[in-house]
Design a protein around this ligand. Structure first.
Ligand code: DX5
Ligand code: ZN
Length: 225
């Protein structure tokens, strides 16, 4: 288990008419802004694409964690390179959506962007075996992708631990879906170190404090210097 808890605020739950203000409200308490790209096909919901990610990148004071929930992700990678993602940003896509993940991951890394693979709740850890050398992040979905504010699937905890053991220490294990003050310590204990939260941050009256509390609940030692 790593001591450092990283927090990403998922903009899916932010006020999309005022991204800049929502982001600056929480920026001091989070490490990344998580951007959920949905195409209405891979998931039954539609959000935004590369032009909006480009706009967010321009105004963000923090690195981005871009989560592609789209079919044929490889064919869109050039657009996300063009959106200005750089060496501190992550671009992740679903294993279920891409028949040739190694090529897609290499393409992202060759562009100087951190590459990541995502697994849905129904996908076993074995589906990403062999990708150890090609990923910088593995994202374990702890809800079905598509919507914010869903209930955390506790049965994903063993998969987080399995994936943590499968991948080298320098690969970030992330979790997305239903992360709040109660579930953060569970996923951290299981081996996740990047905690993505939407509703539990932006759905609260004081989003900055909510983000801080999630980090604290995962590992109170994080705040001890
Ligand atoms: C769901 C998205 C998540 C979503 C999480 O498909 O990938 O990033 O924003 O939302 P919460 O934290 O509200 O479960
Ligand atoms: Zn997401």
């Amino acid at each position: 288990m790593s001591d450092k808890v990283l927090i990403a605020a998922s903009l899916l739950s932010a006020d999309m008419a005022r991204f800049e203000r929502s982001m600056s409200e929480v920026a001091s308490e989070v490490d990344y802004f998580h951007c959920d790209v949905m195409d209405g096909h891979f998931v039954p919901n539609l959000t935004f694409g590369a032009p909006v990610v480009k706009a967010i990148k321009r105004i963000s004071t923090l690195p981005l964690d871009v989560h592609l929930m789209i079919e044929k992700p490889a064919s869109w990678i050039d657009d996300y390179i063009g959106a200005g993602l750089s060496s501190k940003d992550y671009l992740t896509f679903h294993i279920e959506a891409e028949p040739n993940p190694v090529n897609a991951l290499k393409k992202i890394q060759d562009a100087g962007i951190q590459a990541g693979i995502v697994v849905k709740p129904g996908t076993a850890a074995t589906a990403i075996k062999g990708l150890e050398k090609f990923v910088n992040q593995v994202l374990v979905m702890t809800v079905e992708p598509g919507f914010g504010g869903q209930k955390f699937k506790e049965e994903m905890l063993p998969k987080i631990t399995e994936i943590r053991k499968m991948f080298p220490d320098n690969v970030l294990v992330a979790v997305d879906g239903g992360i709040d003050e109660t579930t953060a310590p569970l996923v951290y204990e299981a081996g996740a170190s990047l905690l993505i939260a939407g509703n539990a941050i932006f759905g609260k009256p004081d989003p900055r404090n909510a983000a801080r509390n999630i980090r604290f609940s995962a590992n109170p030692n994080h705040f001890v210097c």
